[in-house]
Design a protein around this ligand. Structure first.
Ligand SMILES: Nc1ncnc2c1ncn2[C@@H]1O[C@H](COP(=O)(O)OP(=O)(O)OP(=O)(O)O)[C@@H](O)[C@H]1O
Ligand SMILES: [Mg+2]
Length: 232
């Protein structure tokens, strides 16, 4: 079983939406997935209640219960667990990072978001360095902005996902019924970007599996030199 933690200390960067979309992407490809909602706001849990399908299961957990629930999912045969984390509670982020094989940091290409990326990765890798990458989310059509942001992040030597997720109404529209763009507009751009992101994540997880999380030298993440993010 693989575990992916979605982390960004900046609120509203798209963590919960990405957790939902990636878990559904896995389900649609026949991979049994589940989400641990570690955010006391319960955004993903509420999404699952609006949803007709029981899959992916979403468990609302606390810092006290998340490990037991994670183990239960593992015992029940889950293949992918995605952990959604809150923007502010640092100890909760550390708990998620402890279990994770891979950390994803969704970030808007704004200065306020970018300022928090470094803190977020350092926090997530405080106890043990984990493979981590930034994925630009809610990217506007004008190319220059996200390219400038990408340069700024790369200058901090953090890996950036080659797939960018556009600012698209399909995310908010599908959210109304507890769904994702892959379900409501499967041939739309949002769905396609999520599929590509999921493919990228799957490739990295396969590399983590073959190399081990502590010896990970993943080619993809390696490209930007900071193959793993050291504390400090
Ligand atoms: N790519 C996107 N395009 C358009 N809207 C998006 C996109 N990604 C997320 N959103 C919307 O942005 C809002 C914030 O997203 P979300 O709740 O996923 O962020 P978050 O990082 O989990 O927030 P918090 O820090 O409060 O937990 C939601 O209304 C969501 O539907
Ligand atoms: Mg959230």
């Amino acid at each position: 079983m693989f575990t992916v933690a979605i982390v960004n200390q900046k609120g509203g960067s798209g963590k919960s939406t990405m957790a939902e979309c990636l878990a559904v992407a896995a389900e649609l490809e026949g991979t049994a997935s589940a989400i641990l909602d570690l955010d006391p706001q319960g955004t993903v849990y509420a999404w699952s209640k609006r949803r007709e399908s029981a899959n992916p299961p979403v468990l609302s957990v606390t810092a006290a219960s998340y490990k037991d629930e994670w183990q239960r999912l593992k015992d029940a045969g889950a293949e992918l667990v995605i952990i959604d984390t809150p923007a502010r509670l640092q100890d909760v982020v550390l708990s998620a990072a402890d279990l994770a094989d891979l950390i994803i940091v969704p970030a808007k290409a704004t200065i306020k978001d970018l300022e928090r990326v470094e803190d977020s990765i350092k926090l997530a890798c405080m106890n043990s360095a984990k493979p981590a990458f930034v994925v630009f989310n809610q990217v506007r059509a004008q190319k220059g902005r996200s390219e400038d942001a990408e340069k700024a992040i790369k200058s901090q030597r953090y890996p950036v996902c080659p797939v960018r997720i556009g600012l698209r109404v399909a995310f908010e529209d599908s959210d109304m019924t507890g769904q994702t763009p892959q379900e409501t507009e499967p041939s739309g751009k949002a769905a396609n970007e999520i599929r590509l992101l999921y493919k990228y994540v799957s490739r990295l997880l396969a590399q983590v599996e073959s190399e081990g999380v502590n010896n990970f030298t993943g080619e993809e993440v390696n490209k930007s030199k900071s193959k793993r993010v050291a504390n400090g």
